[in-house]
Design a protein around this ligand. Structure first.
Ligand code: GLU
Length: 291
């Protein structure tokens, strides 16, 4: 009875490139091969960078590639109430805390430690971890600083969450991680430090909305780029805390440019729109991405 459900979940903050084409086509193909359905989700919580115009161009590119999906399309910006509900659960459980340090303050802290000859840990993407001291801030100070209107983000108290929910945390991977990891993968969310779960003005983050939506849309197979392999550890922890079902994961190859670098929207790499204008056909795109 359980029909497999796949999704492609782009963010309309730039034009789609060959890497997105590969991910979308692979999802649709795997859905077809498994007798499943294929959904489109627009990950547009960053309402400053994601625009209706970019979304329209993205959908147009996907149609041009020959893709279709079951309606309705889920647009994250229309569901902030769902994320707020989940955030309230995390606040109530004492598993998130308000974090007030600005980027500059974090940088200064790290430089100070390095100056003393110390080391500072980095996450799997190479970003320095957020300092740990606000985990233990008193409730009264938190309340005072929030009441004073200080900007803050809600961060997950990962050590506390791991004590309660981190036993035997794993996922099943049918693709591969950056080191070829496949099969049953032990999840280690602590590598990310206390990740941002929500911001003062936006009651969510990528990590929170992706797990909520995968659950609400009944996603059984998450097929996405290898760059998100390690983030799955955070997703697994959130799923345990919130009591959400666990999909199977498949992290696929990334399409790289001639220098071996991952394609990026910001560099305007190989946008599908440009390839279309240059006269390429959808079958040329399929061939280029090896499908
Ligand atoms: N919105 C994310 C991106 O465009 C993908 C999220 C996911 O597939 O989990 O990179």
């Amino acid at each position: 009875m359980n029909r497999p459900v796949f999704r492609f979940a782009p963010s309309p903050n730039g034009l789609l490139h060959l890497g997105h084409a590969y991910s979308a086509l692979l999802n649709a193909r795997m859905a077809g091969e498994n007798g499943g359905c294929f959904l489109l989700r627009i990950e547009d919580i960053d309402t400053a960078r994601c625009t209706p115009e970019l979304e329209k161009r993205m959908i147009d590119d996907l149609h041009w590639l020959g893709l279709s999906w079951e309606e309705p399309v889920r647009r994250q910006s229309q569901h902030f109430a769902d994320y707020q509900t989940a955030l309230d659960v995390l606040i109530e459980a004492g598993l998130v805390y308000p974090a007030f340090m600005s980027r500059g303050e974090v940088r200064a802290r790290i430089e100070e430690r390095m100056g003393e000859g110390g080391e500072w840990p980095h996450d799997p993407d190479g970003v320095p971890l957020y300092p740990e001291d606000e985990r233990t801030m008193s409730q009264s100070e938190r309340r005072r600083r929030i009441a004073d209107g200080e900007p803050f983000a809600w961060r997950l108290d990962v050590p506390r969450a791991m004590i309660r929910y981190g036993r035997n945390l794993f996922w099943d991977e049918s693709g591969a991680g950056p080191e070829g990891e496949t099969g049953r993968i032990a999840a280690d969310p602590a590598r990310w430090g206390d990740v941002v779960i929500a911001r003062k003005e936006t009651p969510t983050s990528y990590h929170l909305s992706v797990v909520i939506d995968d659950a609400l849309q009944g996603i059984t197979h998450v097929v996405r780029g290898r760059d998100l392999f390690h983030a799955t550890a955070v997703h697994r922890l959130l799923q345990e805390i919130l009591g959400l079902p666990v999909p199977l994961y498949h992290h696929h190859d990334l399409i790289v440019d001639e220098h071996g670098r991952k394609l990026s929207k910001s560099r305007g790499d190989t946008a599908l729109a440009a390839l279309r204008q240059a006269g390429l056909q959808p079958e040329d795109i399929r061939r280029q991405v090896g499908l």
